[in-house]
Design a protein around this ligand. Structure first.
Ligand SMILES: [Ca+2]
Length: 199
């Protein structure tokens, strides 16, 4: 019996050893990352005064409840929502940041929530390109007329899902092919446009 147990042990070790060899350092790192990702509960950080934080939390809660797909988009592509002098998406930051002006954050919860979806989509356009192409992201990938219309489409769909007032849904539809984002009218989206805006 003893030799048989020994050979079984050897066989077990061989099999175990073989499986270990299969785990290359790269594979091991990958499986660790997966584990870490599963453990982490993704959230969006909020920075601002008490009122701003309350309005932002309400907008995120509305998305989570009424439009989980849009909430997932926001959680994936926006790391921080920050009170600021005017609104704009800093998708290129290490932590993609949606800067929000007072006009936007103090609007209705439905409208504010829809702008978060809009700007999360800008971040998706930027970060998906950066991740897959591994080169500098051309401006027209994530800003300018084509990108704005893609973001507006996602925003309009979100307004329907969260049952926003019809007036807001119609307003979003009326922005189709409009250059509301181009404050100085040069056809490009730049910092000057952000400085000139009232929202
Ligand atoms: Ca411009």
């Amino acid at each position: 019996m003893k030799p048989r147990i020994q050979s079984l042990l050897v066989a077990f070790c061989l099999v175990f050893g073989f499986q270990t060899v299969l785990h290359t350092p790269a594979e091991a790192a990958k499986s660790t990352r997966t584990l870490v990702q599963k453990k982490t509960v993704p959230t969006v950080a909020i920075s601002g005064d008490k009122t701003f934080i309350a309005h932002t939390k309400a907008a995120l809660a509305l998305l989570k409840e009424k439009s989980p797909d849009d909430y997932a988009l926001v959680v994936q592509y926006v790391g921080l929502i920050k009170q600021d002098a005017f609104s704009g998406m800093a998708a290129y930051e290490k932590i993609p940041t949606y800067k929000v002006g007072a006009t936007t954050s103090s609007s209705t919860t439905t409208w504010y929530a829809s702008t978060i979806v809009h700007d999360a989509y800008h971040s998706k356009l930027y970060n998906d390109y950066a991740r897959t192409k591994k080169t500098a992201v051309p401006d027209d990938i994530w800003t300018g007329m084509k990108a704005e219309m893609q973001c507006l489409t996602r925003q309009t769909e979100a307004l329907k899902k969260i049952k926003a007032p019809l007036s807001e849904q119609k307003y979003a539809q009326s922005l189709q092919n409009q250059n509301w984002w181009d404050s100085n009218g040069d056809g490009l989206y730049t910092e000057e446009d952000e400085r000139m805006r009232s929202w």
